[in-house]
Design a binder for this molecule. Structure first.
Ligand SMILES: [Zn+2]
Length: 363
């Protein structure tokens, strides 16, 4: 955009914008370009963009099967990724992350020294100091991730729970970009989420908030990976859906469920409708507690949404308070199912662009 547009958008006067842009140009962060016409008689106008040479933001996703590395320019939009094997023990993590970053840099023809920040996502409870405190999906408990990375990586590293990172990504780039308050529910191997209030992620006392997957939907129900019975996750995460449809011939993985649902298999359609009811119970609770302007749904919940929408909405109507139940909005994420995950680079961008970090990691 142009300096004039920046001035209008930020409310800063033109000379202030000009001073800041000169400083950004000085450190190579932005560059001038002749943009498309701004509409008035088709004249091209000078505009500013983030320089592609201003550095790299890297995302590192510790997933169940692999370590996934994602590269983005400083605008935070991912453009390349590679998968590497998961370390067998936490002690290998530091070297594996460094080697993976180096491999991705080589692949995109850039160097490690261009990395401005790294954002790392973990599949479990992540304390506010960045350590993995508990993971029901990964048998690595109480792992001090920042300590493992401290001496291996030159750039600052920001570590958070994968669903918190997805929530931030929806706010910066996705379906919640225009909202300062929303609730995110994100599904894959488990169900996670995030509570976004007043323009920032609510992290709770120790960083553990937003565990929507463990909202109780059935008293004494199915056992959840967290060790307690009746959680939402025990009914609607991918492994739970596969386990619950094991009597249906031909179902052994989540993509089989999607294919069967699309083909109109009545057993699978019934199972998904029921899953929608459990989701509706949890969402009715969230609507009653938070009165959110919107609830964003991502990951597998977004994928099965066409088959669960009716039962979910109906259950919300039956269980939420009448007035908020009339006004809530559901938004279906698209970036959460993109080929390259957005969460890690979003954490890196948040950290890199934060002028006043409130909870810097100890490096
Ligand atoms: Zn649970």
């Amino acid at each position: 955009m142009s300096q004039r547009e920046l001035s209008e958008l930020t409310g800063c006067d033109k000379s202030t914008v000009s001073v800041i842009i000169k400083r950004f140009e000085g450190i190579g962060l932005v560059e001038r370009t002749m943009g498309a016409s701004s509409g008035r008689r088709g004249r091209p106008s000078e505009s500013l963009r983030i320089s592609e040479l201003s550095g790299l933001l890297m995302g590192v996703h510790l997933e169940f099967e692999c370590l996934r590395f994602v590269a983005a320019n400083v605008d935070g939009r991912p453009f390349a990724s590679i998968d590497r094997p998961l370390p067998t023990t936490p002690s290998e993590l530091g070297d594996d992350v460094r080697n993976g970053l180096e491999a991705l840099c080589n692949e995109v023809g850039r160097s490690l020294s261009e990395i401005r920040a790294v954002g790392m996502t973990l599949p479990g409870l992540v304390g506010s100091a960045g350590g993995l405190a508990e993971s029901s999906n990964l048998s690595w408990d109480t792992v001090a991730v920042p300590d493992l990375l401290r001496t291996k990586i030159g750039a600052p590293v920001y570590v958070d729970n994968d669903s918190n990172a997805s929530t931030l990504a929806e706010h910066l780039f996705g379906v919640a970009a225009d909202l300062s308050d929303f609730i995110m529910l994100d599904g894959s191997r488990g169900i996670g989420g995030g509570v976004f209030i007043d323009g920032r992620l609510y992290r709770g006392r120790s960083g553990f908030s937003g565990e929507m997957g463990h909202i109780k939907v059935v008293k004494d129900g199915r056992m959840c990976g967290c060790g307690a019975p009746g959680c939402l996750s025990a009914y609607i995460c991918a492994p739970a859906l596969v386990a619950r449809s094991r009597r249906v011939p031909g179902i052994s993985k989540f993509s089989d469920i999607l294919a069967a649902a699309e083909a109109g298999n009545p057993d699978v359609r019934y199972l998904l409708e029921e899953a929608g009811q459990f989701l509706g119970v949890a969402m009715a609770t969230l609507i009653n507690v938070f009165d959110p302007p919107a609830i964003a749904l991502g990951g597998i919940i977004a994928q099965i949404w066409p088959y669960i929408e009716n039962s979910t909405r109906q259950t919300i109507q039956q269980n939420a308070m009448r007035t908020p139940a009339r006004e809530y909005e559901i938004r279906i994420s698209t970036i959460s199912n993109s080929q390259i995950p957005w969460g890690g680079v979003t954490l890196a961008l948040e950290g890199f662009s934060n002028l006043h970090p409130t909870d810097p990691l100890p490096w």
